[in-house]
Design a protein around this ligand. Structure first.
Ligand SMILES: Cc1ncc(C[n+]2csc(CCOP(=O)(O)OP(=O)(O)O)c2C)c(N)n1
Length: 410
């Protein structure tokens, strides 16, 4: 056996801060707003590889939209986006509280990530199927899905659209372009690619869009999906939401330390954009770029959305055990709601009073939906008929299930 000068050892990546440490983001290389060029949407992937290592940003520190990626949205669209983000946050806050009050068994917030699903849900029509994770509730909210139906699902009550069969927040709505959420991380990405392949195979006009977290990119499904998307030029937008954390694991453990998540696309021959995920305008512009490309039959785009998970991973998590308590406040890309608000105010199209009114209105919408849903029942107070437990296992009735149902006496 050969001897090394030093025994071999493994490197185990560690985050830049642990509880009690001062948050340190000095290692991040953040492009200034407006600094990154905008390639033609039909560009060849090899001509734009550097995009995977840059950061597309539109809103500067004073809230001004600058540079070639400014999507030049009209104030009405901006206000709609802001209100949808505010509503998403209000919904999260109420449902998180509902968990603490014992009204539901589980909840997950998307605090700090609202711009992503809201902007993308506004750009693409519901005919373009979304393949979300559990952190894209903004997609349903931006598309006007009834809040009361979301709550009924969370409470697994008698009006739960998916009949109490799933963990809270695992929504499903074909009509709103929201593919059934699965608890198994990453599975939705190859499914999105397959859906997009089917659309192209049929000569249809519809696109697919998927999301995956930074942690889940370590799943094999993510890599299989990229191969298929590239080989067949599937009309799909493949988002990676890099919120820095996968429960208690920092993004370096999933492979984000040596390179960017966007750059993983390069090895598959796919174009990649890396975007400030807390900048509503940058998310909008990048998504439109990818959409234009897909609609022109140039295939898939990978978009890394650089953001920060502001809330605990879920109601079962306590982040103070593994990261500095004030890390979120120190996040250099700020808060997506505050930044869009600042932009609209700078344009003279919004005010602190209007913001306050919008927040009050959102809280009121959520409260009204809450009352309606809670009247049907919170966790355990009302539930779908036990009989439905045996339905939809197969498309047609199966004698074994019929027997089991009879044994239960329903
Ligand atoms: C295949 C699989 N492995 C593990 C889990 C448990 N799990 C649920 S969420 C999660 C972290 C995911 O982190 P990330 O992909 O970064 O998304 P985020 O929660 O940060 O949005 C893990 C490990 C799971 N649901 N499925």
């Amino acid at each position: 056996m050969k001897k090394n000068t030093k025994p071999l050892s493994l490197r185990v990546p560690e985050p830049s801060g642990r509880p009690g440490d001062t948050p340190d983001f000095s290692h991040l290389k953040l492009d200034a707003a407006g600094a990154v060029a905008r390639p033609d949407a039909l560009a060849d992937p090899h001509e734009m590889r550097d995009m995977a290592f840059r950061l597309v940003r539109v809103l500067d520190d004073s809230g001004k939209a600058v540079g070639p990626w400014d999507p030049k949205l009209d104030p009405e669209t901006l206000r709609r986006g802001l209100k949808a983000m505010v509503l998403t946050r209000a919904f999260d806050d109420r449902m998180h509280r509902a968990h603490r009050q014992g009204k539901t068994s589980f909840y997950m917030k998307c605090t700090g990530e609202e711009a992503i699903a809201v902007a993308q849900g506004m750009i693409l029509p519901a005919e373009d199927m979304g393949f979300p994770t559990y952190r894209q509730q903004g997609l349903l909210i931006a598309r006007g899905y009834p809040l009361v139906d979301m709550m009924n699902q969370i409470y697994s009550n008698a009006s739960d659209p998916i009949k109490g069969r799933q963990l809270p927040i695992m929504y499903s709505s074909r009509d709103y372009g929201f593919f059934t959420i699965s608890g198994n991380l990453g599975t939705q990405v190859p499914q999105a690619v397959g859906w997009a392949m089917a659309s192209a195979y049929k000569g249809d006009d519809r696109l697919a869009i998927s999301w995956i977290g930074d942690g889940a990119t370590a799943e094999g499904d993510f890599h299989n999906a990229l191969t298929f998307a590239a080989v067949y030029r599937a009309p799909v937008i493949l988002n990676i939401v890099n919120n820095q954390w996968a429960i208690s694991s920092f993004q370096g453990i999933a492979g984000g330390l040596e390179t960017t998540f966007a750059s993983k696309a390069i090895g598959y021959g796919l174009p990649a954009l890396r975007v400030d995920g807390n900048d509503f305008l940058a998310v909008w512009a990048a998504t439109q770029w990818a959409e234009e490309r897909a609609r022109a039959n140039r295939g898939a785009t990978v978009i890394e959305l650089f953001t920060y998970r502001g809330a605990p991973h879920s109601t079962s998590d306590d982040p103070s055990r593994y990261r500095p308590g004030d890390e979120h406040e120190k996040w250099p890309l700020g808060d997506p709601i505050a930044r869009l608000k600042q932009h609209l105010i700078a344009l003279g199209e919004w005010s602190d009073e209007q913001q306050e009114a919008a927040e009050k209105d959102a809280a009121e919408q959520v409260r009204a939906a809450g009352k309606e849903s809670e009247a049907i029942g919170t966790l355990g107070q009302s539930r779908p008929s036990v009989k439905t437990m045996f339905e939809d296992v197969f498309a047609t009735e199966d004698w074994r299930l019929v027997e089991q149902r009879r044994e239960v006496g329903v």
